[in-house]
Design a protein around this ligand. Sequence first.
Ligand code: MEV
Length: 438
Amino acid sequence: MNTPVEGFSKLSKAEKIDWIATHFTKNPEKSMQLLQQYWNTDAEVQKLHDEFIENTVSNYYLPFAIAPNFLINGTLHAIPMAIEESSVVAAASKAAKFWLNRGGFQTKIIGTEKVGQVHFIFNGDFNKLKDFFGNIKPDFFSDSSSITQNMQKRGGGIKNIELRDLSDKVDNYYQLHCTFETLDAMGANFINSCLEQFAKTLKQKASSNPDFTPEEKEIEVVMSILSNYVPNCLVRAEVSCPVETLNEDDMLPEEFAKKIVRAVEIAKVEPYRAVTHNKGIMNGIDSVILATGNDFRAVEAGIHAFAAKDGSYSSLTHTSIENGIFKFWIEVPMALGTVGGLTSLHPLVRLALEILQNPTAKELMQIVAVAGLAQNFAALRSLVTTGIQKGHMKMHLLNMLNQMGASESEKKQLVHYFKNQTVTNSSVKEALQKIQSQ
Ligand code: MEV
């Protein structure tokens, strides 16, 4: 039985590695070697990674790939993606190529508003709270001016502060619901700093408000924090083409278009399907967000809440066929940054942003939305025609062969062989054994 460790974070990296390998792994020598094998050979780069988080003992690699040929608003992009799932980049590239010859992707920003809240308890008369809020509203802005001045100079800052009465949901619960423009920053630190200052101002001013009873003067701030639900920080991406140009191998264009429309209709009304439908979209979205050093958990949480905004979890993509034109689009909220955070620190993130021509946050939102739409199109295209496993298993073939210990020449032969064969675990095993026995 292991005992708890005291002061783990204060141990040196070597000591941490020794401790974890000795106490929790079967072969400590081998485990220590493995952790060190993933260190960067450049000590400075490694130090940078060590300092991103607490208790770093090694680096965890994900493949960093490029999906080329994305025509977005008339400009060609090569999109960097960081993801472990075998078929995602291939699917994105295939969708990009499909739409390259059909006018590409059109995108637009619908809004860029970020949100933060001060949640508090007020024991008293709401009308008095409302009057008090009206009187002190300018103080929220002036008391936080040292935090907001730089952002304001660049055209951003606090957009609005609203008092909301939620006492019908939790006794005596009210909030300051605040909106912000954070330009090219994701804005978490800016927003949270503003909110904590608003909370201080609220408490201070309440405690000295002569119109409040002693109880009313004691406002209890529960918490001050940004919201990752940003329905007004919204981007739209779209593709469209005449139905007759949707030529697919074994299917007439009209049938193909109708099947895609039907697949989206199903995802709109059926949550079990909607979750998987949207998961495919997130394959594209998350991998670009990771590659560009953004917070995929924040984006995931916000997007899924948005997918359920009408009371039932639903598709993030939409389709229509009107006057012979097939249209397929996505609207998704996301708060992204192209300055601050990891964006200037992580060397590969910097390169990913350079590959994307150093986009503004608005431009990155549009690229990410396109990656999500492309991924959904690729998934639906396979699902309604050949089925998903054909492409999936082809991409998974190398993983299987690696797991089975195939040599480079065996892999080459089998990749060629499976171009026209169905890939399953047993068919791959059998084919490998056959080659090995020859
Ligand atoms: C797999 O990662 C994603 C899909 O399941 C998405 C979908 O079903 O639409 C293929």
